[in-house]
Design a protein around this ligand. Structure first.
Ligand SMILES: *[C@@H]1O[C@H](CO)[C@@H](O)[C@H](O)[C@H]1NC(C)=O
Length: 388
């Protein structure tokens, strides 16, 4: 989870425009609604304990644990939020084992315990889950939710959907996220994923048994391949707001943006907020080649319209420095509906371009022919030189 650091270091000089979002429900599909805070945090309501206490949690595919602040956390020790009243729940258990969890944006300390948890108003998801009850946290002052629901690919740690599936109360442990811009409703699907999504996804293999990471074969900026150094893997992380890419790729994108009408301000790049539709093609297009598919991002995808500075909008691309992994945060997730399949270790992207084999083979032939041509011209040149 890397959302909050953005705010803590940007808030000092950025005018963050909070737009009152009017949620419009566009679909009648039965899905769980997520709240969206300025396109940087996606969270939803859960109920914990007996009787139920309602708290909100970030739905975070980038980490494994469920945590909420407990009543043991004083105003000064935890971020401003609702707290779970342990003494008011008859099913709360305290394992008396303390732990500390670190995130890119902050950390929290708590005692492991368990209690019944469910998504708001869905008793089928009600399971007894392991929860870290927090007594101290730091770095989370901008967190809009109370706690966090970890949904990583960790096979050792069951999330609430794994538990409900094992219990037999839901039909699968698949889940899907449809993250939207602030003017539209963001959705979380589980139990039964609509066919409209399942029939239209392209699946990609997950490399690890703990995190949702995919292999990155190549990155192109405006049709030019860019060297990615030792970064060859990307984390699909709903708990990270921005897009974290290798240095060379970021420099190339920034360079192209500055050649247009964008500006460097306080070492971040800002561009005019309104890009006419016919001008979008003039701005850098990032193509990420994964195994079998291509992700494509243009200025409308990577510009953050809720973060405005001197009338310009923030470009949500950063250099990856901390994790040795590219991070495909909400910027990428807003572009595609993504299905997470823990059992089969794969994720599906809806509406993505397929990387067809013919194209790859023809690329290979172009390379072979090109290489051959160079060798032949070298031989000819050599012959000419020896003739001279
Ligand atoms: C749980 O147990 C520990 C140690 O036994 C205690 O310090 C803590 O206050 C208890 N309750 C909570 C909510 O953490």
């Amino acid at each position: 989870m890397k959302i909050l650091c953005l705010f803590t270091f940007l808030q000092s000089f950025l005018c963050i425009q909070i737009q009152l979002s009017k949620f419009k429900v566009l679909k009648s599909i039965d899905a769980f609604k997520l709240s969206n805070y300025d396109n940087v945090q996606y969270y939803g309501p859960i109920q914990i304990g007996t009787p139920n206490q309602q708290l909100s949690v970030i739905f975070d595919t980038g980490s494994p644990y469920l945590w909420v602040p407990s009543d043991k956390c004083s105003i000064l020790q935890c971020h401003y939020s609702k707290r779970f009243q342990t003494s008011k729940s008859s099913t709360y258990k305290n394992f008396s084992k303390s732990d500390e969890v670190e995130y890119a944006s902050g950390n929290c300390k708590g005692f492991w315990g368990s209690d019944y948890v469910q998504l708001l108003s869905d008793g089928n998801t009600r399971v007894e889950a392991k929860i870290l009850f927090i007594y101290q946290d730091s770095g989370f002052s901008e967190l809009q939710s109370d706690g966090l629901l970890g949904l990583s690919n960790d096979k050792e740690i069951d999330n609430i959907f794994d538990l409900a599936y094992k219990k037999g109360s839901i039909k699968s442990n698949l889940f899907a996220m449809e993250l939207k811009n602030t003017n539209e409703q963001s959705l979380f699907y589980y139990d039964e994923i609509p066919n409209e999504i399942m029939d239209n996804v392209e699946w990609v293999r997950i490399l690890r048994k703990d995190y949702w990471t995919v292999k990155v074969l190549n990155i192109y900026v405006n049709e030019h391949p860019i060297k990615t150094g030792n970064l060859k893997e990307a984390l699909i992380d709903s708990g990270t707001s921005l897009l974290y890419l290798p240095e060379n790729v970021v420099y190339k994108v920034f360079e192209e943006l500055i050649l247009k009408d964008c500006r460097f301000l306080e070492s971040y790049v800002f561009c005019p907020c309104q890009i006419p539709r016919d001008k979008v093609e003039d701005y850098p297009k990032i193509k990420v080649f994964l195994e079998g598919i291509i992700l494509e991002l243009d200025i409308n995808d990577y510009m953050m319209r809720d973060i405005i500075y001197y009338g310009l909008c923030f470009i949500g691309i950063q250099i990856e420095t901390q994790m040795d992994l590219m991070i495909f945060g909400d910027i990428v997730m807003r572009k595609y509906v993504i299905v997470f399949d823990k059992e089969n270790n794969k994720i599906g992207f809806k509406g993505v371009e397929k990387l067809n084999n013919i194209k790859t083979i023809s690329f290979l032939w172009v390379e072979i022919i090109g290489f051959g041509a160079i060798i032949i011209s070298c031989i000819i040149l050599q012959m000419k030189i020896t003739k001279l």
